[in-house]
Design a protein around this ligand. Structure first.
Ligand code: SF4
Length: 376
């Protein structure tokens, strides 16, 4: 009998605990609690093994612990979780294992390195104390720099997140922040602030109690970040992500390229064999069993048109653009003729070259507007 072919995916593990809520955030997270975290790790391990049992030929070449705040987990819980995953023998050689952290105490980074985590992502956001205070971060600039210094002793592959477009932020803030973090990092994610109406800052902005910077100023700050990062060898490979050569996030690349990713934990999302679905965004419902396998079984395969649009929208975020041949093959279409009128309309903003359809570098901020043109 022919052996079933090995399937490769990325594994996302959601740790939904935070010490307090940042004012701009609408991710699912709850207050950290030791006893609850203990039970939650057991639920994650059991979900992981159920997935492995169901898909006997599934292997992971990236693992990403995100949140929430994974750095709140004790060493005991983190090693219990990762120990179970390593012992499953489902990780490929050279697996990228990333963890998100807020600026944490030094021993955390050493413990992560001892646990064979090989990529660290630190939520710095800004190195202006007044901005950190305004957005409700639990650290100040000095603590953030200290965390980077210590993390640098244990990790070569470090990402720092920063946010662009915070009220009162200036180009000088962006320049200072980047200047201080670049020496410690190989990857920088520079996100433009998008507030949901439900976040505390979103509510304030909606009733004019807080004034967001103008679109022009945000674009200027983004351009400044782009120029400064390029000057120091950080290449943009996705609209918000910059890395020095070969240090791009292999895990996140799977989201933009629409490759298989399995998310375990409360509120985790998955895309697997053409099906997109998510676990219960409530820790209690999740622990009662609303997890990957229950939702996977119930989910209907989305319409091909929807999947095609998603693939175009995500691919346009990449500096390298869409792989037209792969889209043609996957969806049985001829992309260039199917969208010929849109492609004509977008001349001067996006172009087709060497098998890829991409937004011109200087027009990248128009990405959402360009993507909408492909809705048919
Ligand atoms: S931004 Fe991160 S640390 Fe802050 S509340 Fe959201 S998930 Fe928690």
């Amino acid at each position: 009998m022919e052996r079933e072919r090995e399937q490769i995916a990325g594994l996302y593990i959601h740790i939904p605990f935070c010490r307090s809520k940042c004012y701009y955030c609408d991710f699912y997270s709850i207050q950290y609690d030791d006893a609850l975290a203990d039970k939650y790790i057991d639920a994650l391990i059991s979900e992981f093994f159920s997935v492995c049992e169901q898909f006997q030929n599934l292997y992971f070449d990236t693992v990403y612990l995100g949140g929430g705040t994974p750095s709140l987990l004790s060493h005991r819980l983190l090693s219990k979780l990762l120990g179970a995953i390593f012992n499953s023998n489902r990780l490929k050689e050279n697996c990228e294992i990333s963890i998100e952290s807020n600026p944490a105490k030094g021993e955390f980074y050493k413990q992560c390195a001892d646990l064979k985590i090989n990529r660290l992502s630190i939520g710095i956001q800004s190195l202006s104390d007044s901005i950190l205070n305004l957005i409700g971060r639990g650290h100040n600039a000095r603590e953030a720099i200290q965390a980077l210094e210590i993390a640098g002793k244990y990790f070569d592959n470090i990402n720092a997140d920063i946010i662009i477009g915070i009220p009162s932020q200036t180009k000088l803030d962006i320049e200072n922040t980047l200047g201080l973090i670049m020496p410690f990092t190989k990857h920088i994610s520079a996100y433009i602030l998008k507030l949901s109406d439900e976040s505390p800052m979103g509510k304030k902005a909606r009733c004019s109690q807080m004034h967001l910077p103008s679109d022009d100023l945000v674009a200027d700050m983004y351009e400044l970040a782009y120029d400064k990062l390029s000057m120091y060898g950080f290449n943009r490979y996705e609209i918000s992500n910059f890395s020095v050569a070969n240090y791009f996030s292999r895990h996140n690349m799977k989201y933009w390229a629409c490759w298989n990713t399995i998310g375990i934990g409360a509120a985790a999302h998955s895309f697997f064999n053409g099906v997109r679905f998510s676990n219960a965004s409530d820790i209690n419902r999740y622990m009662l069993g609303e997890s990957f396998l229950t939702t996977y079984d119930k989910t209907l395969i989305p319409d091909k048109k929807e999947l095609l649009f998603e693939e175009i929208m995500l691919g346009l975020r990449l500096e390298s653009g869409l792989d037209v041949l792969s889209i043609n093959k996957k969806f049985g279409i001829d992309f260039l003729s199917r969208f010929s009128s849109v492609i004509d309309r977008l001349k001067g903003i996006a172009e087709y070259k060497d098998g890829r359809y991409k937004i011109l570098s200087s027009k990248m901020l128009l990405e959402s507007a360009v993507a909408v043109e492909f809705l048919d």
